[in-house]
Design a protein around this ligand. Structure first.
Ligand code: CP
Ligand code: NVA
Length: 306
């Protein structure tokens, strides 16, 4: 496995399955009160330049459950906020910590941090990627469907960080993927090309469309995310207009398979990207998905820090 988890393409199919298997085991152990202090004596820094509920709490608690020590580091309080170069921050923190999780805007910043650090760096969300969420999503799908390969997945919504990591991660494990976004909001050419390349090598279907109905047809799994991500709040009104017709509601779900499941990384904007009815109908799985952030990230931490 790579030193870092900066983006989904850092992981091979084998890496992903190894993480999911370990995540299942750690979940079992936690539920049965079996101690698993794999990271005793290790410290993890958590740098946040954007808000978080799930990522912060699941990493902090996960590190504690692994016998290690998490430090929450708001970028407002670090000297980064006053202009200290990320390279110097990396060199200093590498001498205190055993790993860093960072949530920020630019993917480049995370990559620069990793280049200058001797310790593992984990991407806890950038404008471009959200790999930790995708691993929890894969874990949740496998728990429910028992398999991953050959499942039909539909992602309805913005071609954002979730869509990008989903393209790489889901196709890599052998799932078929359809993405429906409004014109001008589809994933970037870089990720579409990457998706085509992976789908060819994995012999799976990958389709990008502007028609949600086409994407959802025959889906085993339907996924959505907010229309305006963190940092895009100013564009909310414009986006609400552009995304009309892209709500995951019971009408749209009729086109999916009868036993289709719905995932949402949360936070959700009810009656925008998802109807309250669909969210509540699938809430057991959606909140399990949130819980699985904890187990999947503990597996990532063990793989990278141990
Ligand atoms: N899904 C997710 O990353 O949630 P938070 O923004 O609350 O961390
Ligand atoms: N796309 C969303 C995901 C939040 C977990 C955002 O970046 O805000």
């Amino acid at each position: 496995m790579n030193k870092d988890l900066l983006k989904m393409s850092n992981l091979s199919k084998e890496d992903i399955l190894d993480i999911l298997n370990l995540a299942d085991q750690l979940k079992y152990e936690q539920k049965h009160g079996i101690e698993h202090h794999h990271l005793k004596g290790k410290s993890l820094g958590l740098i946040f330049e954007k808000s978080s509920t799930r990522t912060r709490v699941s990493f902090e608690v996960g590190m504690y459950q692994l016998g290690g020590y998490p430090l929450f580091l708001s970028s407002k309080d670090l000297q980064i906020g006053r202009g200290e170069p990320i390279q110097d921050t990396a060199r200093v923190l590498s001498r205190y910590l055993d790993g860093i999780m960072i949530r920020t805007f630019s993917q480049k910043e995370v990559e620069t941090l990793a280049e200058s650090s001797s310790i593992p760096i984990i991407n806890g969300l950038t404008d471009d990627e959200h790999p930790c969420q995708i691993l929890a999503d894969l874990m949740t799908i496998r728990e429910n469907k028992k398999i991953l390969e050959g499942l039909n997945v539909a992602y309805i919504g913005d071609g954002n960080n979730m869509a990008n990591s989903l393209i790489v991660g889901f196709l890599t494990v052998g799932m078929n993927l359809s993405i429906a976004s409004p014109t001008d909001y589809s994933p970037s050419n870089y990720y579409i090309e990457k998706g085509k390349e992976i789908s060819k090598s994995m012999d799976v279907n990958f389709r990008v469309t502007t028609c949600p109905k086409e994407a959802v047809k025959n889906a085993d799994v339907v996924i959505t995310d907010v229309w305006a991500s963190m940092g895009q709040e100013d564009e909310s009104a414009k986006r609400i207009k552009a995304f009309q017709g892209f709500k995951v509601d019971s009408q749209l779900m009729k086109l999916a398979k009868n036993d289709a499941i719905v995932l949402h990384c949360l936070p959700a904007h009810r009656e925008e990207e998802i109807s309250t009815e669909v969210l509540e109908k699938h809430s057991e799985i959606i909140f399990n998905e949130a819980e699985n952030r904890l187990h999947a990230q503990k597996a990532i931490l063990v793989k990278l820090l141990k």
